[in-house]
Ligand binder design. Structure first.
Ligand SMILES: [Zn+2]
Ligand SMILES: [Zn+2]
Length: 281
């Protein structure tokens, strides 16, 4: 991870700030994730394949376990990293954390897991924290809980051919993808829990179209190792790493995402929108 991060910055010194921020947040996540107890997966063998066939998530919102005290600790450390390493001052985050009561925090976690924007706004009424900052804080602080729960499930499931544009484990959108070197399979990575699943190359993960005349890709001449797959049906795009040094287990997709911001610009200039929201925008 550290070696990779250095390579990105060597190639593109302008990434220094955002990569340092990502590394800071990641080290908080990793350190505190070690204190989340391992738990046995709540479903096993046949139930896993049955759920996948039914199109149900392997990890439904009500099956997530979040230790509130530990979550608070992660949030405080993340806020401290953002204050130290962020290029823009982070307003209101620490005040918010000091003032938020446990019952409100529990409500925020539940509504975040269920994508209940209305309930989030109701809880946040009167609190001075910008919605994108709250999203960032919840997203990165809940990630370690997701990693822990998703890892054991993904290991037991066959996720090579899942024609779903949302994560089969937690239901969130893919942040980016890569082409698997052994067989060229397009693998997407979940922006929330990090699960990787195989998805057809000639299908849009956001509207699921397979109309070939609507699908295309572009790349930058100086960077043939990355592509942007565009969809003319829904107007969205996803970035994909097509060649990389080393093993794909070592591929840090959130760093790939940060390092390919030039491709977001190129796609947006052509009028396409990103399919999955950015956390470190
Ligand atoms: Zn997921
Ligand atoms: Zn589409």
């Amino acid at each position: 991870m550290n070696r990779r991060a250095r390579e990105y910055v060597e190639k593109n010194p302008r990434l220094k700030g955002v990569v340092a921020l990502y590394r800071g947040v990641f080290s908080v996540q990793r350190k505190l994730s070690q204190r989340i107890p391992d738990r046995l997966p709540h479903i096993e063998g046949a139930q896993i394949s049955y759920r996948l066939e039914e199109g149900r998530l392997l990890l439904e919102a009500r099956e997530m376990e979040v230790d509130l005290a530990l979550l608070r600790e992660i949030m405080e450390e993340v806020a401290a990293v953002l204050r130290r390493k962020g290029e823009d001052p982070v307003e209101g985050m620490e005040d918010f954390l000091r003032g938020v009561e446990d019952v409100e925090l529990r409500g925020l976690v539940e509504s975040f897991l269920e994508n209940d924007e209305e309930r989030i706004s109701a809880i946040m009424a009167g609190k001075a924290l910008e919605p994108p900052l709250l999203y960032l804080l919840l997203h990165v602080s809940l990630a370690p809980f997701y990693w822990k729960a998703a890892k054991s499930l993904a290991r037991r499931a066959d996720l090579d051919q899942v024609a779903k544009g949302r994560c089969p484990v937690c239901g969130d959108l893919p942040i980016m993808g890569f082409l698997r070197s052994e067989d060229g399979l397009r693998v997407l990575e979940c922006s929330r829990c990090g699960t990787r699943w195989g998805f057809p190359r000639m299908m849009c993960p956001f509207c699921m179209t397979t109309e070939q005349e609507k699908l295309s890709y572009i790349y930058a001449e100086e960077d043939p190792g990355h592509r942007v797959y565009l969809c003319d049906r829904c107007g969205k795009y996803i970035k994909v790493t097509v060649s990389f040094p080393g093993k794909e287990e070592e591929l840090v997709i959130p760093l790939e995402d940060l390092a390919t911001a030039h491709l977001d610009l190129a796609a947006e200039e052509k009028g396409y929108r990103r399919g999955c929201r950015t956390v470190f925008a």
